[in-house]
Design a protein around this ligand. Sequence first.
Ligand code: ATP
Length: 250
Amino acid sequence: MLEIQNVSLGLNEDKGVEILKEINLKFFEKKIYVITGPNGGGKSSLAKLIMGVYNPTAGKLLLDGQDITNLSITERARLGIGYAFQNPPRFKGIKVKELLKMAASHNPENINICDLLFDVGLCAQDYLNRDVDTSLSGGEMKRIEIATVLARNLKLAVFDEPEAGIDLWSFQKLAETFKNIHLKYDTTIVIISHQERIMELADEIILLSGGRISEQSERDTILAKILNNDSCLCGSNCAKGVNQNAQCAG
Ligand SMILES: Nc1ncnc2c1ncn2[C@@H]1O[C@H](COP(=O)(O)OP(=O)(O)OP(=O)(O)O)[C@@H](O)[C@H]1O
């Protein structure tokens, strides 16, 4: 469905510093992919590249065979690629039902906004007329953001650290929400996350470090490696307790 072919991304002025290097990935229909790895590894940059916020300095992106490398965010959104923000924006003066109706405006007959709220664990009666402002808690806002992504009936939805700012209890519910979405909707889901509970939902886990894919495998194989490995994931082979007198390189 979405294919990333040999993509690199340079972000400073002369594009000399590569943040992503020779990335090759294929995302298939109706699967959940979790991208994980150390801070600064390139996860959010990869998400922005899929969205069209960044254009690659080399390589191509194909959606169902169509070259979308140079398409804008809006053009990609029209083709069914969407993104859920780490900190969802609040919209003063807009009610939850209006936000969801706007999101569903391309396929209003097929979307029941009450069902959508139910799917993300919110009671329609309590939330339809709430303002999308700071009166909503972080967890409620995240759920409403996920509901807007679902309302758009996307081919591919990217969620950047959906767990950020969510308390443990709400987090368990959020993980269940993703599970239910996966059962009910055809959307391919790409989640950027550091959380084991989210990684457990994945069909495949992609480990990104130093701008490269250091591993990509089905969930159980890679999860076992991550959880049993006390060496760091940065790709420099630094292991706990080894050579304690070593100076940091560079
Ligand atoms: N606009 C930018 N200009 C210059 N450097 C950038 C820019 N955006 C990101 N970077 C750098 O690129 C690298 C990858 O950043 P990115 O945000 O993609 O990492 P990440 O894996 O999402 O990290 P985290 O887990 O901390 O969210 C980092 O070293 C970051 O400082």
